[in-house]
Design a protein around this ligand. Structure first.
Ligand code: SF4
Length: 382
């Protein structure tokens, strides 16, 4: 399998010619095209790649997906099924062949086991193995058993003949909430169990369905996996921190912070850093790809500090209201050159720098306007 950094050229067919009059599964054509475009754009592909995806799907070329569940709340699956505008859950089920999924399977017991064996045999070496949930390792893995077999046995068997392996959610990526101290079951992630194999991790609690969809469709249509960071995360989705694209960033740069939940600054939508926001140290695309396709449906959009759920060192480990260090505390127009080394800055220093820089900018602005600042403005640190 190739791991690509730059997608190869794809067919140049135009979307209107390849998309069906009515999309797969009764989804209307407009929604179908929109999801293909969104998925292609999400993984950094061109509109012509969306055409290739749409064409492959209308020809019936769907990747076989085997979805395993272990220690988790099923939140990643639940979010996948509850997306809307359009109903991405339905579209995903149309774009892939979901041959085994313990939550959605109508069969049970031996019938379910038979479905898994058939899916593996029919698509040997080609299927996508998606793992949701942590894998307990203590006591030889007895804390998660399905059909008399441990999660360790099952994941090793299914992953052995997979064409691609994806760990969805923070639990499968490194252990997530089941691995929180004192981690009584020895919960860990799929990459730690499947040592030596390429495991694409899509952390998040829950993970954004578009990040999964983009990865699966790239594998299905281009036979490549996205370029990954050192934690196995696709760079197109996890290459930047939430802080870099946060809609509250202007408040941070100006030194305007909510001091406590419900205060005037919080009501005004000020920066949540002092309430413990982990956005400056959290790599994810939540701020640009909201959940369920609903505008502002993500923690900071709803007024809650980022929890850092995509970062093993933060999520379920660092207390909610503890602040984090910030690598680049100053506004974008004062960034140093690209090659200049930058050190980490402590939480207190960060607030001071944000306030000083904001004050300097504001002073210049006010001087130009010949007006005085309103010292009573809520949440204004100056
Ligand atoms: Fe947004 Fe959090 Fe950064 Fe404030 S600290 S700008 S709320 S990511």
């Amino acid at each position: 399998m190739r791991v690509s950094s730059a997608p190869p050229p794809v067919a140049s067919a135009s979307l209107p010619e390849v998309a069906p009059a009515d999309g797969p599964g009764g989804v209307n054509r407009r929604d179908f095209v929109r999801v293909c475009l969104t998925a292609a754009a999400a993984i950094g592909l061109s509109a012509s790649a969306a055409a290739a995806i749409a064409e492959a799907v209308t020809r019936g070329v769907k990747p076989s997906v085997i979805w395993l569940h272990f220690q988790e709340c099923t939140g990643c699956t639940e979010l996948l099924l509850r997306t809307s505008h359009p109903d991405v859950g339905s579209l995903i089920l149309d774009l892939i062949s979901l041959d085994y999924h313990e939550t959605l399977l109508a069969a049970a017991g031996h019938q379910a086991d038979a479905a898994l064996e058939k899916a593996m045999a029919d698509n040997k070496g080609k299927y996508v193995c998606i793992i949701e949930g942590a894998i307990p390792t203590k006591e030889n893995g007895i804390y998660c058993m399905i059909g008399g077999r441990t999660a360790i046995d099952i994941v090793n068997e299914v992953a052995a003949d997979a064409g691609a392996i994806i760990a969805i959610g923070s639990c499968a990526s490194w252990g997530g909430v089941p691995s929180a101290d004192p981690n009584p079951t020895g919960a860990t992630g799929a990459p730690m169990v499947l040592k030596g194999k390429t495991v694409v991790t899509i952390p998040g609690c829950p993970a954004n369905p578009y990040n999964l969809l983009g990865t699966v469709l790239q594998y299905a249509t281009l036979k490549t996996l996205p370029e990954l960071d050192d934690k196995g995360r696709p760079k197109w989705a996890y290459g930047r921190t939430i802080h870099e694209h946060c809609p509250r960033r202007a408040h941070f740069d100006a030194g305007r912070f909510a001091q406590q939940f419900g205060d005037e600054g919080h009501r005004q939508g000020y920066c949540l850093y002092k309430l413990g926001c982990k956005g400056p140290a959290t790599h994810a695309n939540c701020s640009t790809n909201h959940f369920g396709e609903v505008p502002d449906a993500w923690p900071i959009g709803l007024g809650h500090p980022c929890f850092g759920c995509t970062e093993q060192k933060l999520g379920f480990r660092v207390p909610l209201h503890d602040t984090v260090d910030i690598e680049r505390p100053t506004p974008p127009d004062t960034y140093p050159g690209v090659g200049t080394p930058q050190g980490n800055v402590g939480a207190v220093a960060t607030g001071v720098v944000g306030a000083v820089v904001g004050a300097a900018l504001t002073a210049g602005y006010l001087a130009s306007k010949k007006v005085s600042p309103d010292a009573t403005e809520p949440g204004n640190d100056r």
